[in-house]
Ligand binder design. Structure first.
Ligand SMILES: NC(=O)c1ccc[n+]([C@@H]2O[C@H](COP(=O)([O-])OP(=O)(O)OC[C@H]3O[C@@H](n4cnc5c(N)ncnc54)[C@H](O)[C@@H]3O)[C@@H](O)[C@H]2O)c1
Length: 263
């Protein structure tokens, strides 16, 4: 596929970009002409993503950060500014999921999920937006929600709460930051075969006695387009929201799920 660059000269930050959807987003932004800071808790996988971006002729730096720690997030944005001089695009992608029956979720599990998915997203957004306001010229922020953020989930209730919270934060930030020319949107993927989904499938098989692969197959049956997504299809939606092609779009949560959810 030939991609015409819409992000030439932009400085982007993608969190959780060491693998899965985050890696596909980071590479896509690089293909569109952006320099990309690859943020992940795992340095080695992040370095592989950064190498792929450098191979495109773009600049890339790796920042090893635990995004559930707010003090590390603040330093991370300073490091991006040190590397690229500015921040134009933030993609808040890092996330975790815990498959657990509702009655068994512990306080520690709740905190781990909410600290990364919701608190991490909020404070990355705040730190990047402060920089965007300071430098002037607006900005684009894309938060990774999920179809799980559109409703409840009996076996991943903390995750669903975090993803619904991300939609609320997206709307609040869009309202607060519009005056600065900063647009904030969310993407809600359906099923994307990544290491996260492998773990969901394994955990559901172990907890509920399914055969491995059954949980995913049952969900695919409910998808009108009758298939899972490629990570690159999620990345394409993120690139649209990060580009001027979406110049009049803010505060939205875009389902990229083959029609699974329609609200
Ligand atoms: N895979 C799907 O079907 C699906 C569906 C809907 C939404 N999502 C969302 O998309 C995003 C990416 O999902 P994925 O499937 O690529 O997940 P993944 O588990 O395959 O990758 C997540 C990345 O985040 C990094 N990460 C985890 N904890 C971190 C921390 N504390 N600090 C920094 N980095 C950390 C991991 O090292 C990994 O590189 C997540 O927010 C997820 O909730 C995924």
């Amino acid at each position: 596929m030939i991609i015409s660059p819409r992000l030439t000269g932009k400085a982007a930050v993608v969190t959780g970009a060491g693998r899965g959807i985050g890696r596909a987003i980071a590479v896509r932004l690089g293909q569109e002409g952006a320099d990309v800071a690859v943020v992940d808790i795992h340095a080695q996988s992040a370095e592989e993503t950064a190498s792929a971006i450098r191979a495109l002729g773009r600049r890339s730096v790796v920042l090893t950060v635990d995004l559930s720690r707010v003090e590390q997030i603040r330093v991370m944005i300073d490091q991006v500014v040190e590397a690229f001089g500015r921040v134009d695009i933030l993609v808040n992608n890092a996330g975790r999921v815990e498959i657990k029956p509702f009655l068994d979720v512990t306080e520690a599990e709740w905190d781990q999920t909410l600290d990364l998915n919701l608190k991490g997203t909020y404070f990355c957004l705040q730190a990047a937006a402060r920089q965007m306001v300071k430098q002037g010229g607006g900005g684009r922020i894309v938060n990774m929600s999920s179809v799980s953020g559109r409703g409840g989930r009996a076996d991943s209730s903390a995750y669903a709460a975090s993803k619904m919270g991300i939609i609320s934060v997206t709307r609040s930030a869009a309202l607060a930051l519009a005056q600065h020319g900063i647009r904030v949107n969310a993407v809600c993927p359906g099923i994307v075969p990544t290491p996260m989904w492998d773990k969901i499938d394994e955990d559901r098989a172990r907890l509920f006695g399914y055969q491995a692969g059954t949980a995913r197959a049952q969900l695919v049956e409910k998808v009108p387009l009758k298939r899972v997504a490629e990570a690159e299809e999620i990345a394409a939606a993120v690139a649209f929201l990060a580009s001027d092609d979406s110049s009049f779009v803010t505060g939205q949560a875009l389902n990229v799920d083959g029609g699974l959810e329609m609200d």
